[in-house]
Design a protein around this ligand. Structure first.
Ligand SMILES: Cc1cc2nc3c(=O)[nH]c(=O)nc-3n(C[C@H](O)[C@H](O)[C@H](O)COP(=O)(O)OP(=O)(O)OC[C@H]3O[C@@H](n4cnc5c(N)ncnc54)[C@H](O)[C@@H]3O)c2cc1C
Length: 376
C-alpha cells in the first residue's frame, strides 16, 4: 500500500476495481481477501485504521458468542486464527445462581448440538477457576475452547496482505459523496476523488449513513455502546482465569496483562461517533463485578467504550444491496466481528468477486447473511 502518512490525493490512481469504505477489521480483512484478484483501494476516515470499534474490543474468541447464526462463522475462523498464532487459550464460563440452573442447562443444550464444546459444571469446579466467587453462584457452563485474540496482530496481517498484493490504503479520507458515472461509482472526500466499479460498505457504526450516500435504503443497523473498565484488583486475577459471563448478560470480566477487564455488558443505543464511556456505566460495571466476586478493586486504571453495530436480527450483513448496483454490504458485525473476521472476509470476497467457495467457507449458508433478507 502507499505509505499511510504520505498518501495524498495525487498519489492515487484515478480508478480501482473495488473501493472498500472503512479500514477496521471488516474492511481490512475483505480488502486483503480481494487484493490478489482486483485493484483495491481501502479508504479510512480517521488517521489510523482500527481507531473505532476494532481497537476497542475485549479481544475474545468464544464459539457460542453471538448465538447459533454466528457459530458457523466463528468455528470456520478458528483454524486461521490458530495457524497464525493469534489465539491464547482462555476458557469461557457462564455463571448462574440456584434459580438459574434451568437456564444454564438450556444454554448447554442450545449450543452443544451445534458442535460447541460446552458442559455444565458445579460450584467446586467454578471456584477452582474463579477464586472468591460469591456463594450464590453455583451453576456454570464451561467452554474449554475459548481464547484471547491478538486483535492488533490480526488487523496488521490483513493490512500487510493487502499491501503486498498491491492495494492502496488512504487514511484521513471520509467519503462524503457518491454519484454514478457511466457504469462506475465516483466517490468524493474532502480533497480527493476516485472511481470504482464496486464499492464495499464496511463502515461499522456508520454503515447505514454511508449506504444512504449511494441512495440505498438503510437496513436498520444500530450502534450499541459497550463499556469496558480496566482495574487493578486485590487479589490479582489468576492468569488463566476464564472470561466469566453472568447468565443474565449483565456483566463479564477477564484478566489481561495482570489487570482485569470488566464490562457491564451494556447495549445502549447511540449515534455513530467517537464514543466515550459514561460514568454511570462505569459505576454499574464495578457494582456488578463486586456482586460476583469478593475481590477488592485497588485502582480504576482505564475505561473506554465502543460501538457494536447490529442489524435488526443481530446477524451480520454480507452481500450486494438488492436495489443499488455495485454496492456491497459488509456490516453488522456486532460483538463478534473479530472472532468471525477470517471466515466472514473469505466468504464476502467470494460473493463480491463471484469466486468459488473453499474449505473455509463451504459449510457456510450465505443466505442467512444477505441484505435481501430484510425485504423491500
Ligand atoms: C467493548 C467491545 C468489546 C468487543 N469484544 C469483542 C470480542 O471479544 N470479540 C469479537 O469478535 N468482537 C468484539 N467486539 C466487536 C468487534 O470489535 C466489532 O465487531 C468489529 O471491530 C467491527 O469492525 P468494523 O471494521 O466493522 O468496524 P470499525 O472498526 O468501527 O471500522 C469501521 C471504520 O469505518 C470508518 N468509516 C466510517 N465512515 C466512513 C466514511 N464515510 N469514509 C471512510 N471511512 C469511514 C470508521 O472511521 C471506522 O474506522 C467488541 C466490541 C466492543 C465495542
Amino acid at each position: 500500500m502507499t505509505d499511510i502518512a504520505t498518501a495524498t490525493a495525487g498519489d492515487l490512481q484515478a480508478s480501482f476495481d473495488i473501493v472498500v469504505i472503512g479500514a477496521g477489521i471488516a474492511g481490512a480483512s475483505l480488502a486483503a481477501e480481494c487484493a490478489a484478484h482486483a485493484r483495491v483501494l481501502l479508504v479510512e476516515a480517521e488517521d489510523t485504521p482500527g481507531y473505532h470499534t476494532t481497537g476497542r474490543s475485549a479481544a475474545y474468541w468464544e464459539e457460542s458468542y453471538g448465538g447459533p447464526g454466528v457459530v458457523p462463522l466463528t468455528a470456520a475462523s478458528g483454524g486461521f486464527l490458530e495457524s497464525h498464532g493469534l489465539l491464547s487459550p482462555r476458557a469461557g464460563l457462564t455463571i448462574g445462581r440456584a434459580q438459574d440452573r434451568d437456564r444454564i442447562e438450556a444454554f448447554v443444550d442450545r449450543f452443544a448440538p451445534l458442535g460447541v464444546d460446552v458442559r455444565m459444571i458445579g460450584r467446586d469446579e467454578m471456584t477452582a477457576h474463579v477464586p472468591g466467587l460469591r456463594p450464590e453462584w453455583c451453576h456454570g457452563a464451561y467452554e474449554a475452547k475459548g481464547a484471547d485474540i491478538d486483535v492488533a496482530g490480526l488487523h496488521q496481517i490483513y493490512l500487510a496482505q493487502a499491501r503486498r498484493s498491491g492495494s492502496v490504503l488512504k487514511v484521513r479520507a471520509r467519503v462524503a459523496q457518491a454519484s454514478r458515472e457511466g457504469g462506475d461509482w465516483r466517490l468524493e472526500w474532502p480533497g480527493g476523488t476516485v472511481r470504482a466499479a464496486l464499492v464495499v460498505n464496511a463502515a461499522g457504526a456508520w454503515a447505514d449513513p454511508v449506504a444512504s450516500l449511494f441512495g440505498a435504503a438503510p437496513l436498520g443497523i444500530t450502534p450499541l455502546r459497550r463499556t469496558i473498565v480496566q482495574v487493578r484488583t486485590d487479589p490479582l486475577p489468576p492468569l488463566q482465569m476464564p472470561l466469566t459471563f453472568g447468565i443474565d448478560e449483565d456483566f463479564y470480566f477477564k484478566p489481561q496483562s495482570g489487570r482485569l477487564l470488566i464490562s457491564p455488558h451494556d447495549e445502549i443505543p447511540d449515534t455513530a461517533h467517537d464514543v466515550a464511556p459514561e460514568e454511570l456505566d462505569v459505576a454499574i460495571a464495578i457494582d456488578r463485578f463486586e456482586h460476583a466476586v469478593d475481590w477488592r478493586i485497588a485502582a480504576l486504571e482505564r475505561r473506554w467504550a465502543g460501538l457494536r453495530s447490529f442489524a435488526p436480527d443481530r446477524l451480520p450483513v454480507y452481500g450486494f444491496d438488492p436495489q443499488v448496483p455495485g454496492l456491497f454490504w459488509f456490516a453488522g458485525q456486532g460483538g463478534f466481528g473479530i472472532q468471525t473476521a477470517p471466515a466472514a472476509a473469505r466468504l464476502a470476497s467470494q460473493l463480491l468477486l463471484g469466486r468459488p467457495r473453499d474449505a473455509m467457507t463451504e459449510a457456510l449458508d450465505a443466505g442467512r447473511y444477505t441484505p435481501g433478507r430484510f425485504g423491500a
